[in-house]
Design a binder for this molecule. Structure first.
Ligand SMILES: C[S@@+](CC[C@H](N)C(=O)[O-])C[C@H]1O[C@@H](n2cnc3c(N)ncnc32)[C@H](O)[C@@H]1O
Length: 273
């Protein structure tokens, strides 16, 4: 049987189970199981028996709505292939905005100290360190599993990132730039998220308390009282930019809102002078 035929059968099963983007997912899983390039896949290369078995095992997991990056073990972020796993959130494309905001600040001060709070698999910190190796990059997380992945990813990309386990920025004495994609989903909204997220991604990476902003406010408070970074940038969800900017302004920061490629208010920046 050709790998394309196997993928078509996989697609039909994924579609029947209501998995979004079934065609794309079926191709990704079939190519992962078979190790075929896109060119070989589309040229009609056969799928070996062992690969067909691997595909079946992957499909069984995907049909339980386990996200594809947890099955393949990798995710691309800011042009880098990162190892991902159940101990950390799968990095999202919209979070690249935090990297861009950080890098824009580093253009004037390339040797600044950048702190990524809630680093997960290290996506933001590593992307910044790779793009601007002169920066001093630190990253924190409360999750030991996440930090293990971040260490693996930093080593894989030769990124000099200092990792520390701890609550928010508690382990850090100073930072010029603070970048944070902290949990910001309101606790009661988690059960309404798609199954890939609510069943498989760590609750610790999602749950931001009653209105989603408990940790964002706590880090802003620390920025205002102690760190006073030149730039702090926080990823936010729908409807959160206003309250976050207001909280930062009340702490004496100059604030702004940055939009993602889809036009959504996606990050709040706060500056202390
Ligand atoms: C939304 S995930 C973002 C991960 C990564 N920055 C990314 O964008 O892919 C939030 C991260 O914050 C971490 N976290 C949760 N509570 C924390 C706390 N109190 N202090 C530091 N990190 C925390 C979680 O373990 C998780 O890795």
């Amino acid at each position: 049987m050709s790998a394309r035929t196997a993928a078509a059968a996989a697609r039909a099963r994924l579609e029947a189970a209501g998995v979004p983007d079934a065609a794309f997912e079926a191709e990704a899983l079939t190519r992962h199981a078979s190790g075929l390039s896109r060119a070989a896949f589309f040229a009609g290369a056969p799928i070996a028996a062992a690969a067909a078995e691997r595909l079946e095992a992957l499909l069984a997991r995907r049909l339980r709505r386990e996200p594809t990056p947890y099955l393949t073990g990798v995710r691309e972020f800011h042009g880098l292939e990162l190892a991902v796993g159940r101990g950390a959130l799968i990095p999202r494309p919209e979070t690249e905005l935090l990297v861009e905001l950080g890098l824009a600040e580093l253009r004037e001060r390339p040797r600044a100290t950048v702190l990524d709070v809630g680093a997960g698999c290290g996506a933001v910190a590593i992307a910044v360190a790779v793009a601007e190796p002169r920066a001093r990059v630190l990253a924190t997380d409360v999750s030991a599993d996440a930090l293990r992945l971040a260490a693996r990813n930093a080593a894989r990309h030769g990124a000099a990132v200092s990792l520390a386990r701890g609550h928010l920025a508690a382990a850090v004495a100073r930072a010029d730039v603070v970048l944070a994609n902290l949990p910001y989903v309101p606790a009661r909204a988690i059960d309404a998220l798609q199954p890939e997220v609510r069943r498989w991604e760590p609750r610790l990476a999602l749950d931001g308390g009653e209105d989603g902003l408990d940790l964002v406010r706590a880090l802003l408070d620390d920025c205002g009282a102690r760190l006073r970074p030149r730039l702090a940038a926080f990823e936010v969800g729908l409807g959160q930019a206003g309250p976050v900017a207001a909280h930062a302004a009340a702490l004496g920061a100059e604030t702004d809102v940055a939009h993602d490629l889809a036009g959504w208010e996606r990050a709040v920046t706060a500056r202390w002078r």
